[in-house]
Design a protein around this ligand. Structure first.
Ligand code: NOJ
Ligand code: CA
Length: 720
């Protein structure tokens, strides 16, 4: 029966204008893909949106560094020694299989409580007849984009192999506008550049934002998720999904021909992947939408990840937290207890003899002060950094054994403080800065997680600052990607949620492992204390970095002038703009990042941060343009409350928002927190207004955000 259908389907396809032997369309016929092999036998695919090419013929394949063949192949390969290393040419299509899938699944947390996963799949079996090698290329085609991956079945002629380079192309149809950050193997903490594809190399040095670690990469290399816009107004987004046991992909542009090619992160030896069959690559994703809102609404990346692998998820809870953190970032306080270096590492007695520097933020009194404030205002957790010994030399030569993740500083009474928190209905949030001494972290991980269980911590912020020694691996290579996942799965065994900073940018793995509640993996608020970040940054991240999963952006700074901390940086934002971020940046983990004393001065505006939800039944993307403005409304999970947020980039933005998404016939009390008319992100960032009014689904609101600013609204049904 199935076979008959398949033959009929193939016949129908051949009857159309397609010459390619393998073709598949999305369920609503919006996106289609075809695949053929070219004259050299290189698999070549194209992508169409409503029949018009959006990705021109693009080659696929791999150059290998090692691929042992059984002895029986010696004769065949004598004349062409390199043949085994060529997983790119000489392919023939052996088989094409089609299938369809349509389901609705419920994420543990997210932007909505139900997600539709509806695609048509095409699996093309390709063979290199000469050496009898098989590779399957699998496409999943959605109405808003395509994912494809290479699958390597176990076979005598491909038992294991080492990748020299993946050669997947994405041939663009024009000189599109691109919003991009510089290619780099170790950091994404860059500002975005908006320019034509053909201008990337000219803009490259500026895009490095003064970072020297980039040297290894080409000057036409960009990271994903890469947002593009065609002159026809189509939005194309290139990224990857389900990055597991593989190196992170950047893209290198052939500027003349406007063709991107995959550029994997190498290991310390320059190799790009160690593969043991059966295995597969991550999905390479091409999202194509007619509006910017649809990029934000797309669930392509999550859908391409595997369903949740954790049986019990009842312990995973979205969380709003404060932290003993911003005061170290701004320089007011310190992570380290002393400015002297200890002579013996990791010995508490030794640390106790050091002269305190008087700035150590994670001290009992200060932590209690934060706990008093945070518990009074209904926060669930308090992050404390600098609680454990080792910070005196954390980025120094001793880092192979600097932290043990279990020994508190002498002025941090872990028993007392956990009790103090729990007595007030709160938990402490753990911090594990590894300083990229990854083996050291793995050795101590079990004990570190056990300590957390003992005291009732259920979430950890981890960090990977610095070079990965002793191996000299890169942050985005296969070896490290395996480590990040190991940390997540080990944490799950202990019912611990993870928020990893400096780790590889996410690719939707939070669907499979929903205890991954956050990542940094982009330039977060901390840079506002390191010289500043231009407005517009927060209006591009939801199109790029957040496509793969939530970001611990750490919003909520109310005091933009940091001279109280002896810091000359200015936070380039307004209070209205900071409030909006709790809605425009989706995350199940949201921080109120500023100091209690800075919130005390604006408790009326702080009320929005207290009220806003962190988990949603529904999200409505009202208007958006990358780097310019984003306006979103979201319905809080399990309630009838709505929250709205709007942000502006370098230019002010006026919005007229129809409230048709609200329940008809219901009256809501709207509290509108907005930039005042004279607010200015440089000179008058704290000017805001708070107005209350009654609204219904029939109303339209006019809202104004100054450049770098924004507004936020809470909407609660009025009891009858
Ligand atoms: C960099 C992280 O992004 C920041 O949040 C953290 O405070 C420091 N590393 C120290 O771990
Ligand atoms: Ca960071």
């Amino acid at each position: 029966m199935k076979k008959v259908f398949f033959v009929a389907l193939m016949a129908a396809m051949c009857a159309t204008t397609w010459a390619a032997p393998a073709k598949v369309s999305s369920p609503g016929n919006v996106i289609s893909v075809d695949l053929d092999v070219d004259a050299q036998g290189i698999p070549t695919y194209q992508v169409f949106h409503k029949g018009k090419a959006v990705v021109k013929p693009s080659k696929m394949g791999f150059d290998l560094a090692k691929a042992p063949l059984p002895g029986s192949f010696d004769n065949i390969l004598d004349k062409s020694k390199g043949a085994a290393l060529d997983l790119r040419t000489g392919f023939e299509i052996k088989d094409v299989k089609h299938s369809s899938f349509n389901e609705t699944w419920k994420p543990v947390w997210g932007e909505e409580s139900e997600i539709v996963n509806n695609y048509n799949e095409m699996a093309v079996t390709l063979v290199q007849p000469k050496i009898q090698r098989t590779v399957v290329v699998k496409f999943r085609v959605y109405d808003d984009g395509v994912g494809f991956r290479y699958e390597f079945p176990q076979q005598p002629t491909l038992n294991y192999f080492v990748i020299k380079e993946e050669r997947t192309q994405f041939a663009m149809t024009g000189d599109h506008i691109a919003w991009w950050i510089a290619g780099d193997y170790d950091t994404q903490e860059y500002e975005y550049t908006r320019c034509r594809l053909s201008e990337i190399s000219k803009r490259f040095d500026d895009a490095l934002c003064g970072n020297a670690s980039q040297e290894q990469f080409s000057k036409t290399g960009v990271q994903t998720a890469l947002q593009l816009k065609t002159d026809d107004g189509l939005y194309i987004n290139l990224h990857e999904a389900a990055l597991v046991d593989y190196s992170c992909m950047s893209l290198n542009l052939d500027e003349k021909n406007l063709v991107f090619e995959s550029w994997l992160t190498p290991d310390a030896q320059g190799m790009k992947g160690y593969m043991q069959t059966p295995c597969n690559t991550p999905w390479r994703t091409i999202m194509v939408t007619e509006s910017a809102n649809d990029v934000l609404a797309s669930r392509l990346i999550l859908n391409l990840n595997e369903p949740c692998k954790l049986e019990d998820t009842s312990w995973i809870k979205p969380v709003k937290y404060m932290g003993v953190w911003w005061e170290m970032i701004t320089g007011k306080g310190s992570w380290n207890y002393s400015d002297e270096l200890p002579s013996v590492k990791l010995d508490l007695n030794d640390f106790s003899k050091l002269k305190p520097n008087g700035k150590h933020s994670a001290n009992n009194d200060n932590v209690k002060r934060y706990l008093d404030f945070a518990s009074k205002h209904g926060f669930q957790q308090l992050l404390i950094e600098g609680w454990n010994i080792g910070w005196e030399d954390w980025a120094g030569n001793s880092k192979d054994y600097v932290f043990d993740f279990v020994t508190p500083y002498p002025d941090f009474d872990i028993d007392m403080l956990n009790k103090y928190a729990h007595d007030r209905g709160m938990r402490l949030m753990m911090h594990h800065e590894t300083s990229s001494s990854v083996r050291n972290y793995e050795r101590h991980m079990e004990k570190a997680y056990q300590l957390m269980n003992k005291y009732g911590y259920n979430s950890v912020k981890s960090g990977y600052v610095g070079d990965i020694l002793p191996r000299g691996e890169h942050h985005y290579g296969q070896w490290m990607n395996n480590h990040y996942l190991y940390a997540i799965t080990e944490a799950a065994k202990h019912h611990i949620m993870v928020n990893a900073h400096e780790a590889v940018r996410p690719t939707g793995l939070c669907r499979t492992y929903p205890n991954l509640i956050g990542n940094e993996s982009a330039r977060g608020t901390e840079y506002q204390a390191f010289g500043g970040t231009k407005p517009g940054h927060t209006a591009i991240l939801p199109f790029t970095r957040l496509q793969g999963g939530p970001m611990d952006y750490t919003p909520g700074i109310f005091e933009m002038d940091l001279t109280y901390a002896g810091n000359k940086s200015k936070v380039l934002s307004t209070i209205g703009g900071q409030l909006a971020l709790y809605v425009t940046f989706y995350s199940p983990l949201q921080m109120a990042a500023d100091l209690p004393e800075n919130y005390e001065k604006h408790l009326d505006a702080f009320q929005f941060i207290k009220d806003v939800a962190v988990d949603w039944d529904k999200s409505v993307y009202l208007e958006s343009e990358p780097m310019e403005y984003i306006t979103i409304a979201r319905k809080a999970k399990g309630t009838n409350d709505w929250f709205m947020g709007g942000i502006a980039g370098m230019k002010p933005h006026d919005s007229k928002v129809k409230l048709g998404f609200l329940d008809p016939g219901v009256k809501y009390e709207a509290i509108i927190y907005a930039d005042a008319k004279d607010a200015d992100y440089k000179t008058n960032p704290q000017a805001y207004t708070i107005t209350k009014r009654t609204v219904t689904a029939k109303d339209e609101l006019k809202l104004h955000a100054v450049a770098g600013g924004g507004w936020a609204i809470s909407l609660k049904p009025i009891a009858k």
